[in-house]
Design a protein around this ligand. Sequence first.
Ligand SMILES: Cc1ncc(COP(=O)(O)O)c(C=O)c1O
Length: 407
Amino acid sequence: MTVADAVSLDRADSLAFARKRFRLPAGTVYLDGNSLGALPVATAERLRATVEDQWGNDLISGWTKHGWIDVPKRVAAKLAPIVGAQPNELLIADSTSVCLFKLLGAAVRARPDRRVILTDARNFPTDTYVAQGLAEMLGLELRAVAAAELAAAVSDEVAVVTLSHVDYRSGARNDIAAINLSAHAAGALTVWDLSHSAGALELALDGTGCDLAVGCCYKYLNGGPGAPAFLFVAERLQAELQPPLQGWMGHAEPFAFDSEYRPGAGIVRFLTGTPSILALAALEAGLDTFEGVSMTDLEAKSAALSQLFIDEVEARCGDEVQLASPRDADARGSHVSFAHANGYAVMRALIARGVIGDFRAPDLTRFGFAPLYTSFVEVVRAAEVLAEIITDRSWDRPQFAERLSVT
Ligand SMILES: Cc1ncc(COP(=O)(O)O)c(C=O)c1O
């Protein structure tokens, strides 16, 4: 496909309006929205108003005057249509790792006669570390199996099954409904990590029988670097589950300053400490970029962008790179990885040419397609530059071999 052909795809794109909601640097093809979403145009003013008008003028009365105390729930309500949940099933809090600890802890506490946490052996490392720590602390077993074997591995020893919806390396998608069904048939709970799908794929957390879930808000949800995470607890489980991190913000009456912990009613008991109002202001601007966007259309565009990239890279680079993601769009998320023996240097060379993706060891060049703002022209341009770098071996320079601290 030529860049001119891609222009017509962009003209026909029913989501093209959303790109205007982002500030994207000229001359850059940004294919890393799966790691850090682009900056929404509205974020700077939202932060300024929160800092200067609210905090600056109203000081501590902001907690009531501007409703800061309810912001974790109010912002979570904006996430509800994006992930297919009810507003009272979501909260914004902490980081993904901490939210995962809270939900895994609550899940094992609800199944005291079961000794196993079952996980995907190739889950994102922080998820594994959190589960390892919890298992060691409580004398449980962390059992890790291949994602494809998880459904069959659930037994009556298993308290909880935890895995990512979309694999951070390959982009392979796990079947939420099928794994929930198997887990429930064996009496286990599930905790999903939706970091690589929320905001890019059409999710139906209630419709697919999810119990618990967490996810990053700084990727496709555009909340900004280090944005707080989200957690989901199905309404049917909220009264039964007890969070392991009992903080005052999850207490039934935080300002009663009671010395005994009494969990708040509903999702609020999963709060721990004081919410970060500035971070939540930025996240709200990020979630507002989804206004008027159909998640069905968004997922369709994600599939079209990633398919075009696979086709263009394979046509231009031949077997110099190997597809490391599922070929079938229904089986993958919104990023695509290609393996190359010198993948790190190739990615550094791409970034030097203005095409930003990232690298995952040992050899994966990874490209994310954020359907709210990535264009078809950019996809073709990225494939074109990748082919040039591979053909002229411009990746083979000392400055591209040197490892940076963040890849
Ligand atoms: C699947 C997944 N889970 C969790 C995290 C990180 O979570 P945290 O917000 O705790 O840094 C990442 C970061 O890239 C991720 O890809």
